[in-house]
Design a protein around this ligand. Structure first.
Ligand code: PLP
Length: 427
């Protein structure tokens, strides 16, 4: 494959933007080499500036569950654009999107729209602290909640440790009220609540972690989070920015049968345009300004163009219900990748929930960050580039889930499996 145009454009980009990108994962840092510069998307495919066609398993890191250029979404955008792009005043469309979210996500009674997943988690944390009058927030190693200062804290200690910042610019003061625990560790969770329970405002968690590869919560761990937070007067924040409208139409909370106090959303809820949302129990949400005292605002929040894309996407998911089809495709893909690694004699495990899946170069199962960190990431880099050479575009890190969309076909999946057989055998 020829990547000369990509190389040249990326070289220029590096003189214009830090690292040449506007979000770090795009720079291919963990696999090396030059990122592909994309020109357009169509259904399940991306086309780069050198004219290479790739089967896309990133889907813009989550939002594009319907594939690129879904006709219903494009039509909704066209209609919305005719009326202008932003008013800074309420619109009826915001009611429609809020109602859809309330109807589809079991625990949600009221919604506030924001512009990104990061804004959603940042605002949810502030709301939880304002509602409870407490300071401490619990997060789990390897869970990503956007670039919120207080949530950008080191992952890795096996015991409960009070957080230390791991990005320059995040002060010790900001992260000192963040308590980091191990994912899927019920005993550690209970012990932390026994010691600090009366100071804990909230636990925030990914129900199925996508940000250390696909790592689902054990059912008893999810239940333990619900139980200890209720017992200690803390809130449970389920970060469904990635899983919302993906692992099922009602998100992971529908699959687990758990009812969080606050849910954060992003990605699919904007259908490829910038939207996030935090939502939940009405008595909690009514603490947000102007109903309550917790400040949160946004010039472009509920923007009519983005809102239109969100409505069209959620309606298509509700009416077309592609989940069973996507699940079958993803299952076929997961089985095929596992078989390819097995026949090549490569240590591996495949973890999957619905359309999210990861081939780990680890004997598995991977249940926590400590285990994820043991993966053979060098092997992953060779695998990643081998797949690109065969026309398959997967996340450029062992620690990201790949996504199957409603636009993928069985031929796409089978092409991908054949590529994996060839690539893994040659590793
Ligand atoms: C992507 C993601 C975020 C951050 O969302 P942005 O829109 O990138 O700010 C937060 N939480 C989870 C679980 C995510 O996957």
């Amino acid at each position: 494959m020829d990547f000369s145009q990509s190389k040249s454009i990326f070289e220029t980009a590096q003189s214009l933007m830090p690292g040449g990108v506007n979000s770090p994962a795009r720079a291919f840092g963990s696999v090396g080499g030059t990122p592909l510069i994309m020109e357009r998307g169509e259904g399940a495919y991306l086309y780069d500036v050198d004219g290479n066609k790739l089967i896309d398993y990133i889907g813009s890191w989550g939002p594009m569950i319907l594939g690129h250029k879904h006709p219903g979404v494009l039509e909704a955008l066209r209609v919305a654009m005719e009326n202008g792009t932003s008013f800074g005043a309420p619109t009826a469309a915001e009611n429609e999107l809020a109602q859809l979210i309330i109807d589809l996500v079991p625990s949600v009674e009221k919604v506030r729209l924001v512009n990104s997943g990061t804004e959603a988690t940042m605002s949810a944390i502030r709301l939880a602290r304002g509602f409870t009058g407490r300071d401490v927030v619990v997060k789990f190693s390897g869970n990503y909640h956007g670039h919120v200062d207080s949530l950008l804290v080191a992952a890795g200690s096996s015991a409960a440790t009070l957080g230390v910042p791991n990005s320059p610019g995040v002060t010790a003061g900001t992260s000192k009220d963040t308590l980091i625990l191990n994912y899927n560790d019920v005993d550690g969770l209970v012990a932390a609540f026994n010691e600090h329970g009366s100071r804990i405002a909230a636990v925030i968690m990914e129900p199925v972690v996508g940000n250390m590869g696909c790592v689902p919560a054990d059912a008893d761990f999810m239940q333990a989070v619900r139980d200890v937070t209720s017992q200690h007067g803390s809130l449970m924040i389920l970060d469904e920015v990635m899983t919302g409208f993906r692992v099922s139409i009602g998100g992971a909370q529908q699959i687990y049968g758990v009812s969080p106090d606050i849910t954060t959303m992003g990605k699919i809820v904007g259908g490829g345009l910038p939207i996030g949302a935090y939502a939940g129990r009405a008595d909690i949400m009514d603490h947000v300004l102007p109903a309550g005292q917790v400040f949160q605002a946004g010039t472009l929040s509920g923007n009519p163009i983005a809102t239109a894309a969100g409505i069209a996407t959620l309606k298509a998911l509700r009416d077309e219900s592609p989940y069973e089809k996507i699940d079958q495709l993803a299952s076929r893909l997961g089985d095929g990748l596992a078989a390819a690694a097995e026949s090549a004699g490569v240590e591996h495990c495949v973890q999957r929930v619905g359309s999210m899946l990861t081939l780990f170069f680890h004997f598995g199962p991977v249940k926590s960050w400590d285990q994820a960190a043991e993966c053979d990431t060098k092997r992953f880099s060779s695998y990643f580039w081998g797949m690109i050479e065969n026309g398959v575009y997967m996340p450029c890190s062992q620690y990201e889930a790949l996504f199957v969309s409603a636009a993928h076909t069985q031929q796409d999946i089978d092409h991908t499996i054949q590529a994996a057989e060839k690539v893994i055998a040659a590793l």
